[in-house]
Design a protein around this ligand. Structure first.
Ligand code: ACO
Length: 319
């Protein structure tokens, strides 16, 4: 499998840390020093379908394909505009595609899970051109009274078109076996069922930050070690590490542990915050647009999040 087009869809409204401190007990110094985040983009009038369709159209244009050339649409999201239709079906309607379309939920790791699925479909010859869209509207999922979580996230979409090729060298997916629901969750409510014993109204994201932080730094290190054991590719042979943009401190910790230079770990968390599953593909899109990823480069993509899930992909960039 190889990527032949990348695109993005970002809301217009950019919100600074100072704007948050106008209604929340927080400040720019805390947010920047603890997370690296300076701004995030937030939907005002846009739906997630709007952002996704923009990203999808951008990726199709870059791939020189039209919607009728796409055999399958896979979306990764925890924030779809509807439970049904899926976000993938909303995008299909918007771009006028007639192919099968469905969503998957692996939280922040969604894009790597989608790559694995697409790679499998392409390998067995079921589909040729697959559109992957990773899109999140976290502003609708966080509690804006909770300074522990709402300052961390933003909204945005990224898309890629993949097809037959030899670019993807390795993918590993995991989900943690230990009970993890309590450290990171986003509950569904009970609706207004008259039969439900307990009413569950809080549908916001809940996160025990420090516990998740510990899981993340350990799993990233374990994922990278496993990748080297299985492929023989060492960190020195990786040109760019594209890590999920959850916290700049996680990225700094990882590069220090691997003894790799900071320039190998590009970041856009300072502008976007945590975009859940859209973080890694958005970073890849921007790195490609700005020429910071070039033909011949070997990239490592690594994401982690709710589940607790994790995933790693190694790919080379074709000329
Ligand atoms: N502004 C000011 N103070 C704050 C804020 C804020 N926005 N948020 C928390 N604080 C306070 C806390 O109340 C606490 O105060 P106290 O000591 O008086 O109790 C203090 O700052 C320290 O809080 P911690 O939670 O210990 O801060 P920490 O350094 O751990 O940073 C953070 C929190 C940024 C959430 C970090 O733990 C983290 O990044 N965790 C990992 C997140 C992650 O990787 N998530 C995975 C993906 S998300 C997904 O899948 C949807």
């Amino acid at each position: 499998m190889k990527i032949i087009g990348l695109g993005k869809g970002i809301p217009k409204e950019c919100v600074t840390n100072d704007q948050l401190s106008e209604f929340l007990d927080t400040n720019d110094e805390w947010i920047v020093s603890r997370t690296g985040i300076k701004t995030r983009y937030v939907c005002v009038g846009e739906t997630l379908t709007d952002l996704s369709a923009t990203a999808a159209t951008d990726a199709l244009n870059k791939a020189n394909l039209s919607a009728k050339d796409i055999d399958l649409i896979i979306c990764t999201t925890i924030c779809g505009d509807y439970c049904t239709p899926s976000l993938a079906c909303c995008i299909a309607e918007r771009i006028n595609a007639r192919c099968p379309a469905f969503d998957i939920n692996a939280a922040c790791t969604g894009f790597i899970y989608a790559l694995e699925l697409a790679d499998g479909f392409i390998r067995v010859g079921k589909y040729k051109n697959i559109l992957i869209v990773s899109a999140e509207k976290m502003s609708a999922k966080v509690d804006w009274n909770d300074r522990n979580t709402c300052v961390l996230f933003g909204d945005g979409a990224a898309a890629c078109v993949v097809t037959e090729g030899e670019s993807v060298k390795y993918i590993n997916l995991s989900s943690s076996a230990t009970p993890n629901t309590e450290v990171l969750n986003m509950p569904n409510g009970t609706g207004n069922s008259p039969f439900a014993a307990e009413k569950k109204q809080n549908e916001y994201l809940n996160m025990q930050g420090q516990k998740v932080f510990k899981f993340v730094v350990n799993i990233v290190e374990a994922e990278l070690k496993l990748m080297t054991e299985r492929t023989g590719i060492t960190p020195e042979q990786i040109d760019r590490f594209l890590l999920h943009q959850a916290n700049k401190r996680i990225i700094d910790y990882t590069l220090a542990r691997l003894k790799q230079p900071a320039e190998k770990f590009p970041c856009n968390i300072e502008r976007y915050g945590n975009l859940s599953s859209a973080s890694v593909p958005l970073l890849l899109t921007e790195m490609t647009e700005t020429g910071q990823v070039k033909a011949g480069d070997t990239l490592l993509l690594c994401a982690f999040g709710g589940g607790l899930t994790a995933g790693t992909c190694v790919m080379t960039i074709d000329s």
